[in-house]
Design a binder for this molecule. Sequence first.
Ligand code: SAH
Length: 216
Amino acid sequence: MLQDSFRHQGLRRQLVAQLREKGIQNEMVLEAIGKIPRHLFMDNAFLEFAYQDKAFPIACGQTISQPFTVAYQTQLLDPAKGEKVLEIGTGSGYQSAVLAESGAKVFSIERHKPLHEETRKRLDLLNYFSIKTHYGDGFKGLPAFAPFDKILVTCGAPEIPQLLLGQLKVGGIMVIPVGSLTEQVMTTVIKKPGGEIEIIHFDTFRFVPMLGDKVR
Ligand code: SAH
């Protein structure tokens, strides 16, 4: 199962070239995408398509985000070695792996228990032991591990969750797609040293919705 071949590596190089063309410039992000075997984060049925720049279905009716979206969000977040990063929506664990490649300490929450369990096993198999995964409701964050330098939300949120904002360090940044069920605007929320909040809007995306409560 854990096979990574020269063919896969070649397909990844092509994907990285495509992402560069689409405007991704952060070298850490491109290097991580060039290194991580995305096909090992997907269901068998979609293996052939793993290095297309597309989202694909995973367990529990969710999706593994499109590589461009992962790169776009990670570039805005700009994680660095040693920083504490909270991700909402573990899903397949692919985005968590990209964050971990920056050297950040990654905490990730998933509300679907079977997905949380399956992904934990996958991350262990791929030696991503440093990524801490939690089963819970991302709207509540992880108060026991707060505050975080950076917060990345990988599902479409109806608004900026205030509990998450409360767990962000002063000087920290949250990257979050905010909008309706069908369309969200990528948004950065920066907590300024004086305590005020700066909000900047970017491009439009379509994520699976951020929903409250846990699912067993
Ligand atoms: N980062 C993932 C993207 C998965 S899609 C990846 O790289 O594969 C978004 C995920 O957010 C889904 O798995 C969904 O179940 C999860 N999610 C939605 N609402 C949530 C919430 N309130 N708390 C935690 N996870 C949530």
